[in-house]
Write a protein that binds this ligand. Sequence first.
Ligand SMILES: Nc1ncnc2c1ncn2[C@@H]1O[C@H](COP(=O)(O)OP(=O)(O)OP(=O)(O)O)[C@@H](O)[C@H]1O
Ligand SMILES: [Mg+2]
Length: 278
Amino acid sequence: MSSPSPKIIVFGNEKGGSGKSTAAVHAAIGLLRMGYRVGSIDLDPRQGTFTRYIANRRTWMERNVAHLPCPTHIPVSASQSSTIALAHDEDTARLNAAILTLAENHDFIVIDTPGTDSFLNRLAHSYADVLVTPINDSFIDLDLLARIDPETLEIKAPSIYSDMVFEQRKLRMQRDRGTIEWIVMRNRLSHINARNKQDIADLMEKLEKRLHFRTTPGFGERVIFRELFLKGLTLLDLHETEEDSLSLSQVTARQEVRSLLNAIDPEKLIPKPGKGAS
Ligand SMILES: Nc1ncnc2c1ncn2[C@@H]1O[C@H](COP(=O)(O)OP(=O)(O)OP(=O)(O)O)[C@@H](O)[C@H]1O
Ligand SMILES: [Mg+2]
């Protein structure tokens, strides 16, 4: 399939719980609020964090008789076919069908992926115009990007996830000469352990050049990100939904979400926003 006209933003990392779904929902709502038409695809409907987030959002709207922007959402599950070839064909057909459905009248498609390797997950990565990889501030997460020497903290070699991204970049180039812009965001940054934080920052700087990604500061460790899920709200909705003014922490968190959107730079990808949110 050649690249469809909407720009595709994939949230991926072969690591569970790094913040893919949380960041993906915030990005989707952020783009809607900028006036873009946004579709979303959940490739992990079994766990279904993104899908449930949107369902919770619709329930919140019904209960509060309010309207909030929502993406046109399509969950896509992996094939259960018994042979690998059949399963791959089915996965490809399902993902292509979802993208084509959304392609007609959306500017962006946000794809949330599971934290595990699979054919479907790799295929989605190969369609990304922008890939956002949240990583927690730990050497365990960094290990998915590169092997690090424990004594010297030197980079020894790229590791599984970076190798996979490299492969998909190659496939993409062969398929339609497209490129995948890779953004790594540090998630759940805490104020404690400044030394570890600095070590990781130094390593990330080296990795950026070696693996060809950009880093963005990402989100701090904030309870609000966990709490909003049940209502299906994002930090970008709070000014419409909270009676009281926002706390300092909420204002800072919202700024962090805006920084992620700035890093994605939607206006560079789609210069003229389409008409209002769906
Ligand atoms: N910045 C943050 N501060 C505090 N909690 C966070 C933050 N980001 C994510 N979380 C919480 O961490 C948990 C995992 O986040 P999330 O579901 O977004 O990760 P994921 O990478 O999509 O996980 P999976 O690989 O299982 O799909 C959730 O409970 C979420 O609310
Ligand atoms: Mg998830």
